[in-house]
Write a protein that binds this ligand. Structure first.
Ligand code: CP3
Length: 343
């Protein structure tokens, strides 16, 4: 059957004068309706594990903007929690986790197969969403890539340079590699369950891939992505996968081909013209408007949006930001961006 959804067609290689569009973190604190639902849930993690309320916040930006895709409302750090790590969020600061600094920390983790116990409500959210989404809207499931998730598990928080994770991989490679292995297995199991529940596309977020250089990038960003994509494709050859090795720079070139992914998402540190010439030659790309335009708006927002659409016009493209929309964004600027794309 011919694929009717525009975002699915772009992932299959179709070109569009008006590209499909969605935004990273499109369900989030810039929307008053999100803040109201989060208050009803009590806190962020309770929202993630409440299928009805997680469905509601996933649908809010679809109702408001008619995006071409909805992304499951959850978080990449639910996987460490399902493996037994402690996880909490400090308001205004971000996530905190118990730390893994050596073999004892690793030994305390549950086996990858145990994650369903904690993550079952997430699969329920996917099931409800696949019933409730408009017929033209694609449902994206996701997980963090092993390296990015490991950086949080090792440091116990977000870090500017991922120093603790680099330290462990250099000083205790046995523990580090075993952690990467556990995360790779858990990620395959988690994403498989999301597909079984109704996710139509998978996105793998490697937000901190940019701090891996040379051989380390190949080993800890490219290889795990290749294994995860390969395992999903073996079972579901027709489910597209978007990979996001954020700030990979030159390592974006050939990344989709090397990992078997259908699309590479680009951050806004690379120019659209460069990416059109060097990355889009392999297939669909996603990106890459600087999220600050959602705060600053004005003619710059319109010009930049049109420039990106124009730069990627000669190949398949999904319009998105280069990173998540921030809490300070003006919801009206999203309308202005859509107007600039869709006319
Ligand atoms: O709308 C969507 O994009 C879907 C849901 C989603 C969230 N997080 C919800 C969220 C997705 C896909 C993520 C991915 C995620 N989570 C990443 C990878 C993408 C990226 O941004 O690089 C990372 C690194 C995380 C970990 C994480 N979660 C951090 C560092 C933080 C704190 C920073 C912040 O923005 O507050 C979160 C919290 C988080 N995840 C929020 C949301 C809506 C804000 C929590 C709140 O409501 O208070």
């Amino acid at each position: 059957m011919a694929q009717a959804k525009k975002l699915m067609r772009a992932l299959a290689g179709e070109m569009h004068a008006v590209p499909p569009v969605w935004l990273m973190r499109q369900a989030g604190r810039y929307l008053p309706e999100y803040k109201a639902t989060r208050a009803e849930a009590g806190d962020f993690l309770s929202l993630c594990y409440n299928p009805d309320l997680a469905t509601e916040v996933t649908l809010q930006p679809i109702r408001r903007y008619g995006f071409d895709a909805a992304i499951l409302f959850a978080d990449i750090l639910l996987v460490p929690q399902a493996l037994g790590a402690d996880l909490w969020f400090v308001t205004g600061e971000g996530p905190r986790l118990s730390t893994i600094t050596g073999p004892e920390g690793l030994a305390a983790l549950k086996p990858a197969g145990a994650i369903h116990e904690t993550l079952a409500p997430v699969y329920e959210t996917v099931r409800i969403l696949s019933r409730e989404l408009p017929a033209e809207t694609t449902l994206i499931g996701f997980a963090g890539a092993p390296w990015t998730v490991a950086t949080y598990m090792i440091a116990g928080r977000g870090t500017p340079d991922q120093g603790p994770a680099h330290g462990l991989r250099q000083n205790d490679p046995a523990t580090f590699d075993a952690l990467m292995e556990r995360l790779t297995e858990a990620t395959i199991i988690y994403l498989s369950a999301q597909i079984e529940a109704g996710a139509e596309v998978i996105k793998l977020f490697d937000s901190w891939a940019g701090s891996l250089k040379g051989e380390a990038f190949t080993r800890y960003a490219l290889e795990p992505a290749k294994r995860i994509v390969g395992a999903l494709k073996a079972a579901w050859p027709h489910v597209p996968v978007i990979v996001f090795p954020r700030e990979a720079g030159d390592n974006y070139v050939g990344f989709a081909r090397a990992t078997g992914a259908d699309c590479v998402a680009l951050d806004n540190s690379v120019s659209a013209d460069w990416a059109a010439a060097n990355v889009q030659t392999d297939g669909c790309v996603q990106g890459n408007l600087d999220p600050r335009h959602m705060v600053t708006g004005g003619q710059d927002l319109v010009d930049e949006t049109r420039r990106i659409v124009e730069a990627f016009r000669k190949g398949p493209h999904i319009f998105n930001l280069g990173h998540g929309i921030t809490p300070e964004a003006d919801p009206d600027n999203v309308h202005r961006m859509l107007e600039a794309i869709r006319g």
